[in-house]
Ligand binder design. Sequence first.
Ligand code: 13P
Length: 255
Amino acid sequence: MNTPLIVGNWKMNGGLETNQRLLDDVRAGCSGLGRCDVAVCAPFVYLGQLQTLLTGSSVAVGAQDVSAHEGGAYTGEVSAAMLREFAIRYVIVGHSERRQHHGESDSVVASKARQALAVGITPIVCVGETLQEREAGRTEEVVRRQLAAVIHVNGHCISEIVLAYEPVWAIGTGRTAAAEQAQQVHAVLRAQLRAASAHSDRVRIVYGGSMNATNAAGLLAQPDIDGGLIGGASLKAADFLAIVAAGVGRASALR
Ligand code: 13P
């Protein structure tokens, strides 16, 4: 079984003072942790602060985006090599909020994953359908298309990614996918990865979308839900740590 992975996605939230308090609590809560990997993905400007505050802890630092280009005249962009300098372990690519508000296509997302992989940063590749797509019975087609683009560009490196299934209708809405509903999509993604690479079983497929302290254990009890990508609940230490505890619980249950 893969080590569970719980990732906080702070989105555009935070501040130097509140970050410090939150990170102190998360760091303390994760010391001596059982088998569960934990990471926090913060806005770019705070990555130096996270690097300082989390060095020597079991909590890894992640970014929320990366440029699809290697470097040069791309005002406002941050390259994978720059992230590497801040000891960044993970970077989220293809979050639905970027696809929706910044027009990121499947092929841009695939290029971002490639830039991250090229410098040894693990891309957390997000896929997920909108409510309209689900209601039209197109969930499988949509997530398979989104993943296929990333497989196409990254080929054999695909076993080095983390995949996140985030149904758009469940993000920030308090409306979580039922555990079985999420498992069904995770199983489809797992099969697609297996067909692409002999080493893909090491890819962790995490769920995101209104995951919280109450529903985490149920989601993490599913065979193909290897962890969580947590938005709102990652901004409160107690809630985030309760989800981490559910991750540790998954590891113990499936050992
Ligand atoms: P919420 O947990 O706030 O629904 O956000 C999920 C998400 O988008 C994580 O990337």
